[in-house]
Design a binder for this molecule. Sequence first.
Ligand code: PMP
Ligand code: GLU
Length: 398
Amino acid sequence: MIQLSERLNAMEESATLAMARLSRELKAQGKDIISLSLGEPDFHTPLFIKDAAIQAIDDNYTTYTPVAGYDDLREAIAKKFSRDNGLNYSKEQIVVSTGAKQSIANVVLSLINPGDEVIIPAPYWVSYIEIVKMAGGIPVIIEAGIEQDFKINAAQLSEAISQKTKLFIFSSPCNPTGSVYSATELRSLAQVFAKHPNIIALSDEIYEHICFEGSHTSLAHFDEIFDQVVTVNGVSKAWAMTGWRLGYIGASKQIADACNKIQGQFTSGTSSITQRAAIVAMLEDPSCLSEMVDTFRRRRDLVLWYLKKIPGVKCNLPTGAFYLFPDVSYYFGSSDGTQTIANGDDLCMYLLRVGNVALVDGKGFGAPNCIRISYAASEEQLKKAMERLTDALAQLSR
Ligand code: PMP
Ligand code: GLU
């Protein structure tokens, strides 16, 4: 028996990817599964981006690139940060990686020593915790329930800070809740960070363009903490490029250099072809995304309409990303006569077995009373899924 590392054994499999794998396997067996498990746009990558990739191959962009990314890509990202977020990063402060997931891992591995505390508001995206644990860090969780729209406040943040706090990680718009912090809410968090200049805040803004009310504010926008913030973003969500694998950070030069050093030993940088394609995405005016945002808004309303009619289900009104995160704890302890539903995992498995709908249990997101619905699917699929979900839940009695 091979002895795997303690590091590996302490790590959970990604709950999102595990459910996506399971639904793929069931589909391959011929089951009519509707998967609302993965946070992946159902749109195709825009043609002008695909064309740039084809051109890159024709132009022989097929060799190693600078580890932190091509200079002209980093310049394009600097322009994007300035145009969309009002942030002035120089090219040297930008590092391009193999997805935002790797960008986050680079930052955590660059900063965290064993025993360092990392504050993470729950609900959180599944990978934050596992990456922190892999680095030997100690996740310190701030609970933000549905009654506070899943957002923490400045008092909660202050209370969670200790001598050992090194890093804070959050996403706005948030995966899995769809909550978006307003500029005022972010300002109050920024004021707390300003009192603790040794703490770094990682602001994951990968859903920045998917906002249904007002516009997105970057945490680094508050000048007094600009150097303390690492802004993470990528092309997966806005440009429907999940498989291309490109994420990036804007950060202080010291952190950018550290991330560059790490990926120089891990990956040598992301694909040359993806990088050439990302340049045209970065230079495009994001107002062309408004149609996609409208589509997501309609889908959110559609799924909410069904959810509101289901007895016992509690839901907030998410104003961004493409997730709903209902509290389904009302069904814990219920049964369909053959199986008792003890928790969210049982409920997701029941909905998969009886309703043929794949969702993700909230436990991996730090909210075991909830389940996540990704509404990045067609309206037709969503209607069918929600009818199946409604019927399956109606068969449960308490
Ligand atoms: N952050 C959040 C909040 C996400 O939902 C995801 C999932 N795509 C990522 C980061 C990672 O994105 P990427 O595909 O760029 O690795
Ligand atoms: N971020 C997406 C999700 O939450 C994709 C899966 C993943 O990378 O974990 O579903």
